[in-house]
Ligand binder design. Structure first.
Ligand SMILES: [Zn+2]
Length: 133
């Protein structure tokens, strides 16, 4: 248990492990794997640099700066997840619905497929227009 006590003593006052460090370490490992197949030395150097950054964040004493990085990372991650869910939903519903834009206010609308010409009334600006579905 000696090493654990040393480890805990060393980590005292340091930032510690978070989601962004986990992401960096996994990304670095992916770079390492890719470097085996393509790219070679440069790709593996980038991978090592990314892992080093992730590890340095864990043992850093500047908690405020690390926390700011985590906040930025989470904001970007949530944006990407939002876009992914949007397009994934459209992909899942592509056989039953068509996605069109209102010509007046550019609001995106979902109309059922297979109804030929459809009179669509925009729920946001109440304007009607004809669309093939
Ligand atoms: Zn509209």
């Amino acid at each position: 248990m000696q090493w654990l006590q040393k480890m805990l003593f060393y980590m005292n006052g340091r930032y510690g492990y978070d989601e962004f460090s986990k992401f960096l370490i996994i990304l670095g490992l992916i770079f390492g794997i890719i470097s085996n197949f393509a790219g070679g030395l440069w790709v593996s150097a980038i991978g090592i640099a990314i892992i080093a950054f992730g590890v340095l964040r864990i043992v850093s004493k500047e908690k405020n700066n690390r926390y700011k990085e985590l906040t930025k990372y989470l904001a970007i991650k949530h944006k990407i997840q939002h876009v992914y869910r949007k397009y994934n939903n459209r992909w899942v519903q592509r056989k039953a619905y068509k996605f069109v834009k209102c010509p007046n206010c550019k609001q995106k609308l979902r109309i059922p497929r297979g109804k030929k010409k459809l009179k669509v009334t925009c729920p946001s600006c109440k304007q009607s227009f004809i669309r093939k579905s």
